[in-house]
Design a protein around this ligand. Structure first.
Ligand SMILES: *[C@@H]1O[C@H](CO)[C@@H](O)[C@H](O)[C@H]1NC(C)=O
Length: 303
């Protein structure tokens, strides 16, 4: 009973005795990870560096530098503080010691990693009696190896739209093709009224039958063309809803000049026909009428 109590007292005494600070060893080693430390551009990374045995390295000098740039440390800790002014400006504001120097942890925390940060870093720790250094290699890769769905859509959608728009434009322009088919009249002699009539009614004449035979078996489309008043020369009158065209001797008309009127319809493909009836009048003044097609860009009225 008595010995048990003294044992309890002893154990309490041991627990309350303050743990003495670890003595600073004469020498130490550094532990760093083997192999590459990989990181993605834009993220943060820790380059681990730990002293062994564990002891407080706050009074020591801790330096991180790139092995290819010894003169400008990435991070310099000296006289109990980080010496910003002596550090490489490329790392300023991006580096810190986060592991706890009092626990012998000299790990470097690097924020907003860039591709240029890749390379070999040296962890260097020195007391006035001893120093040690170790190498850590950092490999930074681009921030996105594959394309995200959004990126793909952003590239593919505009291309797709452009293709569709081009296709539509192509179709529309092809449709328009040649727009103004024209009835083109050329007046060779001065004379009385003369009429060109766009025939829509079937008249049982021999010519009509011949035409029918000729058209038989051919994929010609019968067209009902009307004349566009707006395109008529001053010596041309357009009546009967564009179905009839007369030559009128206007005051300002000049002899040996051509007068024109354009049709309302145009085609861009296929074979078409339309019938034109030329009426000669009583005085038999001979006029020549020319029929033809123009390109869509023909000036209306023609001059
Ligand atoms: C040292 O600190 C780093 C960064 O905080 C931490 O990731 C690492 O685990 C620490 N090392 C040890 C041995 O405690």
């Amino acid at each position: 009973m008595h010995s048990g109590l003294s044992l309890t007292l002893l154990s309490v005494a041991i627990l309350t005795v303050p743990i003495p600070a670890q003595p600073v060893p004469e020498t130490f080693t550094l532990t760093v990870p083997d192999g590459l430390i990989s990181s993605q551009s834009g993220s943060s990374v820790s380059l681990l560096c730990q002293v062994s045995p564990i002891f407080n390295i706050k009074p020591f000098e801790v330096q991180w530098y790139r092995s290819d740039d010894v003169n400008k440390p990435t991070l310099l800790y000296m006289d109990h503080k980080i010496q910003e002014a002596l550090m490489d400006p490329r790392f300023r504001g991006r580096v810190s010691l986060t592991g706890g120097l009092e626990r012998g942890n000299a790990s470097l925390r690097l924020e907003r990693v860039t591709l240029e940060d890749s390379g070999e870093f040296v962890c260097y720790i020195a007391s006035n009696k001893w120093y040690e250094k170790a190498h850590v290699v950092l490999a930074v890769s681009g921030d996105s190896k594959g394309f995200t769905v959004t990126q793909v859509l952003l590239v593919v959608l505009p291309v797709f739209l452009v293709i569709i728009i081009c296709a539509l434009c192509f179709i529309v322009f092809k449709r328009k093709g040649f727009k103004c088919s024209s009835l083109h009249t050329s007046r060779k002699h001065t004379g009385a009224e003369n009429t060109v009539q766009m025939s829509t009614k079937q008249t049982a004449s021999d010519e009509e039958d011949n035409l029918k035979d000729w058209l038989l078996g051919k994929r010609f489309r019968a067209e009902h063309i009307t004349m566009d008043k707006e395109t008529a020369s001053t010596a041309i009158s357009v009546t009967h809803h564009g179905k009839r065209v007369n030559y009128i001797k206007a005051k300002d008309t000049v002899d040996h000049q051509s007068y024109h009127v354009l049709g309302n319809k145009g085609f861009d493909s296929g074979q078409h026909y339309w019938k034109v009836k030329v009426n000669e009048y009583a005085n038999k003044e001979k006029l020549a009428w020319y029929l033809g097609v123009t390109r869509e860009n023909a000036k209306c009225p023609l001059t």
